[in-house]
Ligand binder design. Structure first.
Ligand SMILES: Cc1cc2nc3c(=O)[nH]c(=O)nc-3n(C[C@H](O)[C@H](O)[C@H](O)COP(=O)(O)O)c2cc1C
Length: 180
């Protein structure tokens, strides 16, 4: 199996992190991977807010209300935001910004995995309360919509990736060959 496929197949959400610090070079690589995905009309409707301050990461966890505890241990959080000022190329389908954001987030996650850095995606958009809370916390301008948070860190001991319980590797009934 080549390295790319290994990265995809071994990635798992990591929710407990060690104290090891992610290097600035690796932070840059992760962000660059986020910038390098496909996007609607090449408009790249995203911005990233990189947070390493522990107090702020705790506030982000509070603002997401639930299921965001990994932020309290993470070494870094990235708030992926949609940038509506960049959607002018496709005025009738502005919602494509959501897809651009998701691709940016997943590209970051896979780059981190390839560097041995664990992560977990914490959903923000379209949960209204989370969007409102993160917007207030970061004092975002109107055209910037918080999309998702990725919490990053080196996996804590015992967090090594393993098989996902109850989830098969291949689901034949999800595939429709040639027709529905
Ligand atoms: C849109 C989205 C939102 C998610 N939100 C959360 C979340 O709020 N908290 C959390 O712990 N995990 C969250 N996850 C991670 C999923 O729970 C996880 O990807 C899924 O259970 C599959 O496990 P795996 O990532 O290890 O393959 C989210 C994932 C996605 C794609």
């Amino acid at each position: 199996m080549n390295d790319t496929l290994k990265t995809i197949f071994t990635r798992r959400s990591i929710r407990r992190f060690s104290d090891k610090v992610i290097s600035d070079a690796d932070v840059k690589t992760i962000l660059q991977a986020g910038m390098d995905g496909p996007s609607c009309c090449n408009s790249r409707c995203w911005s990233f807010i990189v947070v390493r301050d522990k107090d702020m990461m705790n506030k982000m966890a509070d603002a997401n209300v639930e299921y965001a505890e990994p932020l309290r241990q993470a070494d870094m959080a990235v708030l992926v935001c949609g940038d509506l000022s960049r959607t002018t190329l496709f005025p009738n389908s502005r919602e494509f910004w959501v897809i651009d954001g998701a691709i940016a987030a997943e590209n970051q996650i896979l780059a981190a995995e390839s560097l041995g850095i664990g992560s977990v995606w914490l959903g923000v958009w379209p949960v209204k309360e989370r969007v409102a809370n993160q917007t207030a916390l970061f004092q975002l301008p109107d055209h910037i919509i918080p999309h998702s948070i990725i919490a990053y860190g080196y996996p804590a001991e015992g967090e090594a990736p393993g098989p996902r319980p109850g989830r098969p590797e291949w689901e034949e009934d999800r595939i429709h060959w040639e027709k529905w």
